[in-house]
Write a protein that binds this ligand. Sequence first.
Ligand code: FES
Length: 651
Amino acid sequence: PDEVMVVFTPSGRRGRVEAGISVLDAARKLGVDLNSVCGGRGICSKCLIAPTIGQFAKHGMTSGPDALSDLNEVEQRYDRIRGLPDGRRLGCQARLLADAVIDVPPGSQLHRQVVRKSAAERVMEMDPAVRSYLVEVCQPSLEDPSSDFQRLSDALAHQWGIRGLAADLAVLVRVQQVLRKGGWQVTAIIGHQDDGSARLIDLRPGFDQNALLGLAIDLGTTTIAGHLVSLDDGRVLASSGLMNPQIRYGEDLMSRVSYGMMNAGGAQEMTDSVRVGLAELVAQLSAEAGLCAEQIVDATIVCNPVMHHLLLGLDPVELGQAPFPPAISSALHLAASELQIPINPGATVYMLPLIAGHVGADAAAVVLSEQPQKSCKPVLVVDVGTNAELVLGDRTRVLACSSPTGPAFEGAQISHGQRAAPGAIERVRIDPQTKEPRFRVIGIDAWSDEPGFAKVVGPGGVTGICGSGIIEIVAEMRMAGIMDQSGLIGSPEQTGTPRCIADGRTFSYVLHDDSAQGGPVITVSQGDIRAIQLAKSAVHAGARLLMDEFGIDELDRVVLAGAFGAHISPLHALVLGMIPNCDPARVTSAGNAAGTGARMALCSRAARREIEAQVQRITRIETAIAPLFQQHFVAANAIPHATDRFEKLAG
Ligand code: FES
């Protein structure tokens, strides 16, 4: 036949194509998503397809065993060297001879959805900005002595339809050598920009099979968290975090802004120190994954406006005073080398857009991750850190604000607080009768009173309490009657436990005593409780302010997120009064939502477009100048809080 009918599954796309055409070409003609890195040279195996044989009533056709041509030389060679998986063929080599049904397995789809086990079984859309292409470049000759870069650009345009190629000097210096080393066959790593232009990020001789890696960073005031991600399937290959080295210039944002104002060169010092922190994070992540940092070809960063300005070397002073205008708020594509991030020298860094001077890209990333704009009923999303990002919205509108909680939830300003890392207490339960605590420590899969616990604590022992542990312990102390509604810790007589010890003029609760083994005594002091009260009141007041603005006084659903490791326990957040009342069954925990948003933007260009459009529609609320914020803040100081009735919680 001159023409054959082909149906591609799972997309269901179908059409008549000329007989003898390759499956890859047929897929391209019909707009089917079939991958290819080598451009049909039988090298990359990204185009693997599965012919399906049988009668297909649904498609009104039969697909026979002879629908595809036999293995040609290229496919036979591939099969000999690397082995064709059972029932699979190379789509670029197999030709359509008769009507056929062809399945494109997930691994061969260019844009695909990948369901992840972590981050609440999230579906990750794969459509990264950076891809690799095998390309054959014409050799220079007396007839065509045009530049190497020109011939490379022409080859990419001709073989892949890639136009408007540009490159930084860091890559340009290697073009001549790599082209010759690869015998004029090279793998070009290309970053696609939204305006249709392309950037040459790296050039490698021959067909390069090294995985392309991306880096997603949540740059917080206190903690910097990063994920190393495969740009092929969105898998997280390593995750790591460290304290933001800027802490020595001030624990919260405003003290850093004033450090910049009071000290000549202070802002530059802070810029340098955060860049050093990022470099350290890259080193940690590559070591953990056992991969080379040069393989990282794309990066995304989410952060609040002050961190954004300090990282870029922009003056943050205006962010400290009304009307808080940022120097720039739109999304940015910057060269990694400009920010001194030691990844591939040609790599680009995508900075998510800021929402406003007080509401950052971290809030934008939370919106991207939690999608409140798609909810029928208003949902409150709270991302807790040194600043809490709060978003309240539904299909009609989305409001966002940022509330200065201080670093207590991240373990700073707490006597035995620490970053979420092995050795940190992350879960706590206190028996209301005996007032005895039990707890879980990061890295140990047992509760402290279980037999397996002691053996595995190891020489480092229990080192402190991280953010989620602090939320739980304060709520547990309240529920066990160790402290009252005002947050005052009782004496041993009042509470009936010797774990309450005098500590100056107040009392502390001993959570863990390792002194017999030469380890620390981990206590929760009255000062710690006060710091947590201030932090949780700030979150609560921010939520209230958004609810006032939205015109609701009941929350239907709340999503809790935080960068500090373990998920926040919804019940404990409610007992603490961190959020306004809500049915506990309607409060869920989402891990690090800002970090997830950063990963989504790393894996998908569509996600970048979506958040850039979405930030235009978000209404920002400035907590700093809202008089009601103070009122809500004061009312939220009690534990749980003094503003609502608690029947939902009691039930
Ligand atoms: Fe690369 Fe088929 S497209 S092997």
